[in-house]
Design a protein around this ligand. Sequence first.
Ligand SMILES: [Zn+2]
Length: 443
Amino acid sequence: MKTACIRILFLFFIPAWGYSQSSHPICGNDLFSAMLRKHYPALQDNVDATFESALHAGTPRNNEPMIVHVIVHVVWKEAAENLDESIILDQIRVLNEDFNRRNADTVNLRPVFQPEAGSPGIQFELADIIRVQTDVDFAVDILGTNLLPEVKHDALGGSDALDTEQYLNIWVCKIQPIEIFGIVVGQILGFAFPPNNLLNWPENSGAPAPDEDGVVIDYRVFGSNNPNPIENPDGSGNIIVKGRTPVHEVGHYFGLRHIWGDGGLLGPNDCAQSDGIDDTPYANAESAFDCDTTKNTCAQIEAHYGMDMPDLIENYMDYASEDCMNMFTRNQSTLMQNILLGPRSGLLTPFSGVSNLRDQIALRIVPNPSEGHFTVKLETINNTQGLVRILDAHGRVIMTRDRLTLFPGTHTLSFDERPLAPGMYFVEIRTTQGAMAEKMIVY
Ligand SMILES: [Zn+2]
């Protein structure tokens, strides 16, 4: 197992040479994560734990389609930013191709990596497009704490998220260039929060709020048919846009890190930095929006391959040119599936019959969050029979109370026989009328 060095917030970033051709590109990822670590020191542990847990949960996939419903918020100021529906639909098409390895350019993957290519098997369905006209310039305060919350709130000139547990919210807007002390140092193309068990946090802890979970994308890199050019600040012309920035960011949203391990400006950028995924070869630096198949930044034997391997520039989680990207690896795919079945399981709306059962039974967990000692209170209005289960974030059954006969009234169930490790759980009730579940946090 590689050592995980997960970062908090991930950016797809154009390195800018700006005023000096010889200065090093600045990685916004490092600036952001350093800032977040400073303000939310415990967030790192939380993300690490989620990542490790999901990585080692095995491959739980069955043949059920894993369908994620997507809300696209178009928050626009100039008319060009108000993207046509055809562009949004095209982006959904690209996501579906790339997350199911149906993209036409899979043939471009070098033969040595062909056996390593995986298919996450995640489908995206556009649930709604919400358009909001704004007069706000969305600028990231890279030295402060501004994570563009404005774009995610009606009251701040953006668009309120729709239930971030059940929908992947994608905000599309113009992201202003990054300036430090008045000097433009780069351009963020997009960013996303990986799952971080936000519900683990006490209220008012200052962590990013659940209603800010999702993906933010610059309007010029959304869709492969986007008519709005975006220049590479290095002066080499417009970057190639194939809808892969959202693919990259949704990869982060499902827990993936950059394949070079996120070293950089504020930390070591070397071969010891790992993305925690065994089948992505070590790399000590990101690609520079190019397509260099000779790149081999870490000359060392890869345990997974038994030999030295070139950098996997075709991977969506690098910064190669978008027409050079064409694959996730198998282990990246497994991680994303586990994240979707675990911390992001709300997206799959796995519990059928929810609305019917909620009319008949009220399920409360007291207290929630808890330190592991809790009771489940059920209030029923009809006679019913069923069972109550405690499941972990991966759907494994931890404790069960079965053969329950529930008469109208209040019922209290205690679950004291096993201490629960800190994490997220589900308390599920199944009766002859259906099933429903509530989330429970143990800290
Ligand atoms: Zn990234």
